[in-house]
Ligand binder design. Sequence first.
Ligand SMILES: NC(=O)c1ccc[n+]([C@@H]2O[C@H](COP(=O)([O-])OP(=O)(O)OC[C@H]3O[C@@H](n4cnc5c(N)ncnc54)[C@H](O)[C@@H]3O)[C@@H](O)[C@H]2O)c1
Length: 270
Amino acid sequence: MGLLDTQVALVTGAGGGIGRATAQLLAREGAAVVCADRNAGTAARTAQALHEGGFPALAVEADITDEAAVEAMVSAAVSAFGRLDVLVNNAGGSSRRDVDVVSMDAGVWDRTMQLNSRGPMLCCKHALPHLLAQGAGAIVNISSGAATAGQLSMPAYAAAKSAVLALTRAIATLHGREGIRCNAITPGLILHENLAPHYPAEHVRIDAANILSPRPGTAEDIANAVLFLVSSMSAFVNGHVLPVDGGLFAHTPTYAQTLELGLESLRLRD
Ligand SMILES: NC(=O)c1ccc[n+]([C@@H]2O[C@H](COP(=O)([O-])OP(=O)(O)OC[C@H]3O[C@@H](n4cnc5c(N)ncnc54)[C@H](O)[C@@H]3O)[C@@H](O)[C@H]2O)c1
């Protein structure tokens, strides 16, 4: 018995990273998984791997910023499997040109908002009628730790991921009484196969110095949290944000420097 037996889950951005790990875990827990991605080839690879494992899956090419494509994606899911129970709004990302506000190109701002805020809203818009019709459903929006506190880069990404947190609460509030749960996850740094080769080593070190966990986060850590939030294990959790960040935001900003100084330095002198 899996936690999601008989259910149908749609995962956007399922072609790699966190989305692929999530698709794999939801499938192992019994869901038929619709693997959507704007990259048809990677979506097909994820679905193929699920088929090879004996799991029902469907690959769909869809750009979540294109409303007609989103509508077609949801229709394809329902046509293939007859229902929809779970939506994981995972597709997202940032631009290298999202550096600061003074030099912000308004086009970069708009595209970042389109991908990380408008896209998840469109997916909710077209998935919700199916969830509402059956009086049950779970949505998980993958936001980011960038929505939690000010950072020295990516202001557009932070704003877009913050908007998704507001959208999460709005959907939970609008539709909770109709059986819909909508929660969000704010991941910390997750260096999976797509990101690790490009991520600057010195920033990996800074992250390691500031998280409380003794190891870096993995795509599977986020997938596990998604599974919790879409399964009956979290039946009484609605409209909330779950940080999955190794404790990055659980401590004072002076944590890393204090550790470096040594705990002895905290002793008050006579
Ligand atoms: N990796 C991290 O450290 C981290 C941290 C915080 C939040 N996040 C968020 O988690 C989510 C997944 O991140 P990831 O690191 O796995 O990203 P990734 O770039 O490895 O994968 C994202 C997937 O989404 C797809 N995609 C991109 N734009 C799309 C679009 N318009 N329509 C459909 N598919 C699209 C890509 O093709 C890719 O397969 C994103 O929303 C990201 O912002 C990631």
